[in-house]
Design a protein around this ligand. Structure first.
Ligand SMILES: [Zn+2]
Length: 266
């Protein structure tokens, strides 16, 4: 962890300091070696939060893009379950930075525990992830005019197998110089919607709330979802019309026997 409580204050690790875990209050020791970023470790046992992932440089760089008071925020559920969120924004988004593989059950538990979860996933975990991802993207059309959101019909590769179709926002990070690929929460049944955003735009959008009390991220996310829902509803209506329209010509030719459903043709 980056923070522990020392003399009642959140403090970063410094050599020789002893602190208290903000989640379970047990003793933590400052680890200040040369290899890993300075951090706190629980004395004599594993961390109290089973969801906690060993922190890498990648985690640290991401967290540090946000204000210190948004980092490592303890969440307590009504039933007493406690977890430490990587980042908690002012308007209530929890950002979890996921470097390693995660079990499907744990992914679902976290999506249910946090009210507004955003995953940021390390796309560099496997060298093949990016190539397979970009290959899939070649077959993803942008069906909504003047709206920069593509739709994967089917997803391929281990990265998308894990992260497509989630009910929450997922951003995939392929490296600092590259755009973040933003998987929009699953809407209808016809594929995964995706857009892209720069790292700076993403971080800034999560930033301070605007006069309406929400972040630009919240506003943008709502807008994407609304446009996508309207588009999917329109597609659905078009399909319904195609399958239920009675063609009067065909009706006469077939001697007045009404037939319904697909397959109603001349
Ligand atoms: Zn603890």
């Amino acid at each position: 962890m980056k923070y522990a409580i020392v003399n009642g204050e959140r403090s970063e690790a410094r050599r020789g300091l002893v602190g208290e875990c903000p989640a379970c209050t047990s003793e933590t020791i400052a680890k200040c070696g040369d290899i890993y970023a300075h951090h706190w470790a629980h004395k004599g046992r594993r961390i109290c939060d089973p969801w906690w992932e060993n922190e890498t440089e990648w985690h640290r760089v991401w967290k540090n893009l946000f204000p210190a008071e948004w980092q490592e925020v303890v969440h307590l559920a009504d039933d007493g379950e406690k977890h430490i969120a990587d980042v908690q924004t002012e308007d209530g988004w929890t950002i979890e930075f996921q470097h390693s593989l995660i079990k499907p059950e744990e992914r679902i538990s976290r999506e249910e525990f946090y009210e507004n979860l955003v995953w940021v996933v390390d796309g560099k975990l496997r060298p093949t992830y990016e190539e397979r991802f970009l290959k899939s993207l070649e077959y993803a059309p942008l069906p909504i005019p003047n709206f920069p959101v593509a739709r994967f019909r089917d997803v391929k590769g281990r990265l998308l197998d894990q992260w497509a179709g989630r009910p929450v926002h997922v951003l995939i990070d392929f490296g600092e110089q590259k755009p973040l690929w933003w998987l929009i929460p699953k809407q209808g049944i016809r594929g995964q919607w995706i857009t892209r955003v720069s790292r700076e735009q993403f971080v800034q959008a999560l930033g301070p709330k605007n006069e309406r009390g929400e972040s630009d991220f919240a506003r943008t996310a709502k807008n994407y979802i609304e446009v996508i829902r309207n588009f999917e509803a329109m597609e659905q209506r078009a399909r319904t019309i195609r399958t239920t329209t009675v063609d009067p010509l065909a009706f006469r030719r077939r001697g007045g026997v009404r037939r319904r459903g697909p397959g109603w043709r001349l």
